[in-house]
Design a protein around this ligand. Structure first.
Ligand code: FWO
Ligand code: ZN
Length: 384
């Protein structure tokens, strides 16, 4: 199958001008003007009129509870699992699944099965092995074996620190996890990322700072998430990004976050942080629990992948960021930090993961994943 998207405003995410993009099978085959595919009718050539539309790489969501999560208020507060259209209708074509607070009733075997299910349905999936808890609950019994032997495992997480729900790991345990996943990633050509769940506790990023200062493990081993959850944590995360680390904002559907994503990004840029060093993930299907100062559960919401395009619009419309910059935390930046070589860019040889947005309001028009049209003119044409 060949698909040619004609005359769209192409963001690679750098702006490439009005171009045709040709998908050949599951990959991007060519980018150029007046592209033609003359195969004598042997292969169907589908054309999409991209005029007036913006073409961007499919969104990479680096932190989503695809199996569901929650439970902090008892069993009835377990949150529902992800669905294919819950991803594609929000422009997500690559998702990294994780387990959170409940590492018992949610387990790695089920997470891996869910990741395979979504892959079979048409999107690209990876997982972090483990959950909040230390020692890490793995599949093979060992973090290094998990990342070396299971294709979909690209790191460990979400490892909770500075949170009343963490397993209160020691620094040595934390550093050992980073060391093991680093070497396991090295030996398997993968990122070996430690996706760190940042809680609201006063110790903030101390364990991460100590690891990069006291050991040989580099900044790039870590992807701390939820960095906007309070102002003090954000300041520490800003220092981490200035020193060369990459930090992950959790998108939100309402602005209850201490540091709204678009405001946080402006702060980072003003502080001289490179626009390569921050990402935005959704925490989709994860619980967003509220605890009072005594640590008592008050209630919970559920994360949703729709926050990603919402944050993109805020970055462009509210913070006045150029689209080609605002796209980076959702596309090329997660692709780089997670070492997903064929993801996050509109380049020949990259996977055919594309979103078309309406120029006037950046609303979703079409989504293509691995060369297959999943959403056409706002309607899901492939359903889970
Ligand atoms: C965040 C996932 C939190 C689950 O701190 O970590 O609870 O296991 O489903 N969510 N615990 C939400 C804040 C960033 C608002 C999780 C959740
Ligand atoms: Zn979390």
């Amino acid at each position: 199958m060949i698909t040619i998207i004609r005359n769209a405003k192409v963001y690679q995410p750098e702006y490439a001008g009005i171009k045709d993009v040709m998908l050949i099978g599951s990959q991007i085959g060519a980018l150029g003007e007046n592209l033609k595919a003359d195969l004598g009718g042997a292969v169907e050539v589908k054309e999409i009129d991209g005029a007036g539309l913006i073409l961007i790489p499919g969104i990479i969501d680096s932190h989503e509870h695809i199996l569901g999560g929650g439970g902090e208020g008892g069993f009835h507060t377990r949150t529902p699992e992800a669905t294919l259209t819950g991803l594609t209708l929000n422009g997500v074509t690559t998702v990294v699944g994780c387990i959170g607070t409940d590492g018992v009733a949610r387990n790695m075997e089920a997470l891996l099965a869910k990741a395979h299910a979504l892959e079979e349905e048409g999107v690209t999936t990876y997982v972090y092995t483990g959950s909040y808890r230390v020692p890490v609950h793995t599949i093979t019994g060992d973090v290094m074996r998990d990342i070396m032997l299971l294709d979909k495992v690209i790191g460990v997480g979400e490892v909770a620190i500075s949170d009343h729900r963490s397993s209160q790991p020691t620094f040595e345990e934390f550093a050992r996890i980073a060391a093991d996943i680093r070497v396991g990633g090295m030996l398997s050509g993968k990122a070996g990322i430690v996706n760190v769940h940042m809680g609201d506790g006063p110790r903030m990023m101390d364990f991460i700072w100590r690891t990069v200062r006291e050991t040989e493990i580099p900044f790039s081993q870590f992807l701390p998430t939820h960095v906007g959850r309070n102002a003090a944590l954000f300041e520490s995360a800003l220092e981490f990004a200035k020193a060369g680390g990459t930090i992950d904002f959790t998108g939100s559907l309402d602005d209850d976050d201490e540091v709204p994503v678009s405001k946080g990004i402006l702060r980072l840029l003003d502080a001289g942080v490179s626009s390569d060093h921050f990402t935005i993930s959704s925490d989709g299907q994860g619980s967003l629990p509220i605890f009072n100062e005594k640590g008592e559960f008050q209630g919970l919401g559920v994360g949703n992948a729709s926050c990603l395009l919402k944050e993109l619009r805020e970055c462009v419309n509210k913070a006045g960021l150029p689209l080609e910059l605002a796209l980076k935390p959702l596309t090329s930046n997660p692709a780089r930090i997670l070492k997903l070589a064929r993801k996050g860019r509109i380049l020949p040889g990259c996977d055919g993961d594309i979103c078309l947005l309406r120029e006037e309001d950046l609303s979703l028009h079409t989504v293509i994943a691995k060369g297959q049209i999943m959403v056409a003119e706002g309607t899901a044409v492939v359903r889970g």
